[in-house]
Design a protein around this ligand. Structure first.
Ligand SMILES: [Zn+2]
Length: 319
């Protein structure tokens, strides 16, 4: 066993964390994502690792593994990575980074790594069956059962944001119409609010965003309006909870998780979202599920993905 580094690569920022062999976070390093070319991006990841080791005065020889989480699709058979918001197209990221750092490297989808981290050290700690969902720019989920992350055939398990419903009218970024993501992601919450205002809702949110400024409205503005007492803003979160429950209910019946961890920008709205979510999920489930199921926010903040990718690399490469 040895030290390991977890890296969370986002479209805007990269955060890397150095962990000791017991999985304790020793230090972090953050930088703006370089998106000019894959070579420069991989060079940046390698330099962040070097900086972290230097800061903690740890020799590179003691580094045992590096895990990377990024917003993209990783072909589980070939290891090739494609990420729309990064300069990566069918790119062998793990192999290239391994050559730069001279240590074993794993690369996985960022949401899977966030949920894996939460299952080990966060809200899922001590629980065997953890379903995690993130509601950020998009929507995705991951399933960790008895310590194992399940990717399914082709590594495609978890894309519940792209389940289409006939009563959702919006076209998704993926090209399909009616995807759940178009209403429950952060941009989906903003979209629901904009549509509600256009159909005549009045109140604080309507006053703050007259028609000519409506395109600028974000999910944070909806939350702020709710905090300030706007009834319509509260209804948007309630509606979002309802939509999410429509995929969580069958997921619970199929998987029987101990806990569902719901994170991302929308979930940070707190109880205005979680309370109706728990109620909607409960009302459609058999009591046997209801009695044991918890639906909670994550507890590691922005570090979930660091813990996840570092531990994932350690378990896959060191043991
Ligand atoms: Zn879609």
């Amino acid at each position: 066993m040895g030290y390991r580094i977890g890296i969370d690569v986002g479209g805007t920022n990269i955060v890397a964390g150095l962990f000791d062999e017991d999985g304790n976070l020793l230090g972090k390093s953050k930088a703006s994502t370089i998106k000019t070319s894959s070579a420069e991006l991989l060079g940046q990841l390698a330099s962040l690792c070097g900086e972290l080791l230097e800061e903690q005065q740890i020799s590179g020889r003691l580094l045992a593994a590096v895990g990377v989480g990024l917003p993209g699709f990783i072909n589980s058979e070939t290891g090739l990575v494609t990420a729309a918001n990064l300069p990566l197209q069918d790119n062998p990221v793990a192999e290239r980074l391994r050559r730069l750092l001279d240590v074993p490297v794993t690369v996985e989808n960022d949401v899977k790594m966030i949920v894996y981290g939460e299952s080990l050290r966060g809200s899922g700690q001590g629980l065997s069956h953890v379903l995690g969902v993130t509601l950020g720019t998009g929507m995705a989920s991951a399933w960790v059962s008895e310590g194992r992350l399940h990717g399914g055939s082709g590594g495609l398990a978890g894309e519940i944001g792209h389940i289409a419903f006939t009563d959702i009218p919006y076209v998704c970024g993926c090209g399909m119409r009616g995807c759940l993501e178009t209403v429950v992601s952060a941009s989906g919450v903003a979209r629901q609010a904009r549509d509600g205002l256009s159909s005549g809702w009045v109140g604080l949110l309507a006053d703050r965003f007259p028609p000519e400024q409506r395109e600028e409205l974000t999910s944070k503005d909806v939350w702020q309006a709710y905090q300030d007492g706007d009834a319509f803003a509260g209804q948007v979160f309630q509606r979002t909870a309802y939509w999410l429950s429509r995929v969580l209910v069958p997921s619970v019946a199929l998987l029987s998780p101990d806990v569902i961890i719901v994170g991302g920008g929308v979930a940070s709205a707190g109880e205005v979202f979680f309370e109706p979510l728990r109620a909607y999920v409960a009302e459609s489930l058999h009591p046997l599920y209801r009695e044991r199921l918890m639906i909670v926010p994550p507890s590691l903040g922005e570090d979930s993905g660091l813990y996840g990718s570092a531990e994932y690399a350690a378990k896959r490469l060191i043991v």
